[in-house]
Design a protein around this ligand. Structure first.
Ligand code: F6R
Length: 261
């Protein structure tokens, strides 16, 4: 795992967008794993800008989202499909047929989850997975006690997640109680992971995820097992990290980061 601290939220999102752009230019048919949430909105805005201003080409890119609520239609403004269309898909030249999210309205949800895993495998696996982190430490909707080897499945949302998402639904009572999510094991199979966390309210959980022991109570800690994972934070989200000096030194000296400094 590597940890990169950027001065602010905009610079942190910019670094993530540049990593995506770099991978997409190297491999135009990139299999890109996507996350939703407030943090990722800046990344998608910057990718749209890169598409418009630099011709960043999504025409051969395949995408797989981490999760979707159970019970929401694709065109429901609160669904993650709708979020992706509004924030990214309709503004770039991605082929909609190449964009994948779990179907939260599937009659047989277990079958849908197995099919989702199969679609990812058929695409050759995910090259680059974008991740956010919930205040209680989830990646995707892998709530506390999610098995570190879990695969795509239906999960009940924790009270903390319901609370976090309540403003988007007009109150905790209206938040769906379940979601389909890629598992921790599915995420660990991705060839590269980039996690973005911004803001002071993520500082505690970022410190636990990066410097704490690996535990299924905080699924993001499983990323410590990943061979190629970078966590990008702004100063506020990184403020409780103990080894900041060391992380900055690595970023300054690691040849891989030369084009990104
Ligand atoms: C959403 C997802 C979640 C979010 C996390 C952070 O697809 O996978 O794990 O990334 O809850 O959400 P924000 O950015 O809204 O704080």
């Amino acid at each position: 795992m590597e940890l990169i601290i950027q001065p602010d939220q905009e610079r942190a999102a910019h670094l993530v967008a540049r990593i995506v752009a770099h991978e997409l230019r190297m491999k135009p048919d990139l299999v890109l794993g996507l996350a939703t949430g407030l943090t990722m909105q800046n990344v998608y805005r910057l990718l749209v800008q890169m598409h418009r201003e630099e011709g960043l080409d999504f025409s051969r890119c395949r995408t797989f989202n981490l999760d979707e609520y159970v019970g929401l239609a694709r065109n429901d403004p609160r669904s993650y499909r709708f979020y992706m269309i509004e924030r990214l898909f309709k503004h770039v030249n991605v082929d909609f047929g190449n964009t994948h999210l779990p179907n939260g309205l599937a009659k047989n949800l277990d079958e849908e989850c197995a099919q989702y895993e199969k679609s990812i495998a058929d695409a050759g696996g995910i090259d680059l997975q974008l991740l956010g982190i919930g205040k209680a430490g989830h990646i995707g909707f892998n709530e506390p006690l999610s098995a570190l080897r879990s695969r795509t499945r239906v999960k009940a949302l924790s009270p903390a997640t319901v609370e976090q998402n309540a403003p988007l639904f007009g109150g905790p009572d209206k938040v769906p109680r379940r979601a389909i999510t890629m598992g921790v094991g599915s995420i660990l199979d991705c060839r590269r992971c980039v996690m973005l966390a911004c803001g002071a309210d993520k500082a505690g959980v970022v410190a636990k995820a990066v410097e704490g022991p690996i535990t299924s109570m905080i699924s993001a800690t499983a990323l410590q097992l990943h061979a190629r994972c970078v966590v990008i934070v702004d100063e506020a989200a990184g403020k409780l990290l103990k080894e900041k000096k060391y992380y900055r030194w690595i970023f300054e000296n690691e040849p891989e980061w030369e084009p990104f400094r």
